[in-house]
Design a protein around this ligand. Structure first.
Ligand code: HEM
Length: 450
């Protein structure tokens, strides 16, 4: 096989790309969709129906090595870049666990944040490498003290119960804003010590800041990030800096106080570092958990036998259900890495400076690891999904918290509203970056006396 597989070779081999040598007699064929043209660098690919994208990834996984795709950014980002798509479980794992070669700087998201955005707002640790990354992560990890986490657990349960009270009282139509977005947001705000009256403003900024992640078709869409998103980030930054100053004066038992008091080369986090960390926690922790929660309600609706199994013995099956939802939904579709050195990955030679996409969604459907990968099976065991990353130094810091939130909410919802269900498929925002649910209509029979 060649050292590297390029998308052009892949397209040449696709049945609809080449005319048949001898069309033969015309026989009516049953209508069937041609296999999709696979180009992970083309925004149109990410707008294909989920089944067609899944079929494309199946094809990619069956190839002898990762395929290289070329990006052709327009406008101010002109030029050609590209990436090798790591679509198999083993390859995503290998790259995640070898951070000396597979670096997170200059950035893991697509498109990369502009340099001036990073300069102005500070880099968050997800885009940094060791030793700087390790230093920041240590501070944050140390701030997640057992006391803070125990309080968070009590807070998660109480927030889940309050949300269900509100759902029963107000009977909202859309699960996403009313429930799925609320729980992770309220939990993180409480952990950080953000006063209730400032939370609505922050939620609006998160929506704006994250509205344009992923691959975008037009130059206009790219330009909106530095506009709307930047203003939103800026407002959040100011608010956080102000809270940081308050907590330096009057420390409390919360994450902001721990972060401003942390010892980083003999000093605490600066306002800019604090802001970058805040944005990371809010965007990374709220969007992802919100999408997982919404996908979960839909999956448990369209798989009634799995739902019945879970409800028959929640203590036994809730952990399995949550992990299977995470595998099946894979809230973060991919992150990027940049090679710090030439590297041999299986039979493929990767060169220093090249980039790879860690395709978590595809790894989570890898038939070499997950028998019958399209099936939703809450008893799947083992379930070594990569929804929180492939291990290594950047493994999701909030994995435990996210699982706790999912379990608390489903426990409360299904105990009090046992027939709660989605009434339509989730409305998905097409994105190459996250598996974002815009809305999910739902219904339930209100309890007679709750
Ligand atoms: C279902 C929910 C979640 C999913 C699917 C998810 C997924 C991920 C993934 C894939 C990564 C990158 C891992 C890597 O590069 O190896 C990550 C990193 C991260 N996540 Fe999560 N996450 C979730 C919830 C949370 C929550 C609730 C928080 C915050 C409390 C959080 C905070 C972070 C942070 C801070 C990082 C960066 C870690 C680092 O760079 O060292 N995440 N997450």
């Amino acid at each position: 096989m060649p050292d590297q597989l390029h998308a052009d070779q892949l397209h040449a081999a696709q049945p609809h790309a080449a005319p048949p040598a001898d069309p033969g007699p015309r026989v009516a064929q049953p209508p069937s969709d041609p296999p999709p043209r696979i180009d992970l660098a083309d925004p149109a690919f990410w707008e294909l129906p989920a089944e067609r994208r899944a079929a494309a990834f199946r094809r990619l996984r069956a190839l002898p090595g990762p395929v290289h795709f070329t990006e052709r950014p327009q406008g101010p980002l002109r030029g050609e870049r590209g990436f090798h798509a790591l679509v198999r479980h083993a390859d995503v794992l290998a790259a995640s666990r070898d951070p000396r070669v597979f670096r997170s700087a200059p950035g893991v998201t697509t498109p990369a944040p502009a340099r001036w955005v990073r300069l102005l707002f500070g880099d968050s640790m997800v885009n940094l490498d060791d030793p700087r990354h390790a230093q920041l992560r240590r501070i944050v990890a140390r701030s997640f003290t057992p006391r803070l986490l125990a309080r968070a657990e009590a807070d998660i349960n109480a927030t889940a119960a309050r949300l269900v009270d509100r759902v029963i009282a107000e009977r909202p139509a859309d699960f996403v804003p009313a429930v799925a977005a609320q729980l992770p947001f309220q939990v993180i705000c409480a952990m950080m010590g953000i006063p209730e009256q400032r939370r609505a403003l922050i939620l609006r900024q998160i929506d704006r800041a994250s509205a344009h992640a992923g691959v975008h078709r037009s130059l206009g869409a790219r330009i909106r990030l530095p506009g709307q998103g930047l203003r939103a980030l800026g407002r959040m930054q100011l608010l956080v800096a102000e809270l940081g100053r308050e907590r330096r004066r009057r420390p409390a038992e919360d994450l902001i106080s721990a972060l401003v008091a942390a010892d980083l080369d003999g000093r605490g986090l600066t306002g800019r570092e604090l802001g970058a960390f805040f944005s990371l926690l809010l965007v990374a922790g709220v969007e992802t958990t919100r999408n997982a929660l919404a996908h979960g309600l839909h999956l448990l609706t369209v798989h009634p036998e799995q739902r019945a199994l879970m409800l028959a013995d929640p203590e036994r099956h809730l952990d399995g259900a949550v992990d299977e939802i995470l595998r099946h939904a894979t809230p973060i579709i991919q992150f990027r890495r940049t090679l710090a050195a030439d590297h041999q990955l299986g039979a493929t030679r990767l060169a220093r400076g090249e980039q790879v996409l860690l395709c978590y969604g595809s790894a989570n459907r890898d038939e070499a690891v997950f028998p019958d990968p399209e099936a939703f099976d809450i008893t799947r065991h083992p379930n070594p999904h990569l929804a929180f990353g492939g291990g290594g130094p950047h493994f999701c810091l909030g994995a435990h918290l996210a699982r706790q939130e999912m379990k608390a909410l489903y426990r409360e919802l299904f105990a009090r509203l046992p027939d709660i269900r989605a009434t339509a498929a989730p409305e998905i925002t097409p994105s190459s970056f996250d598996h974002r649910v815009r809305s999910l209509p739902f219904t339930f029979t209100p309890p007679e006396r709750d």
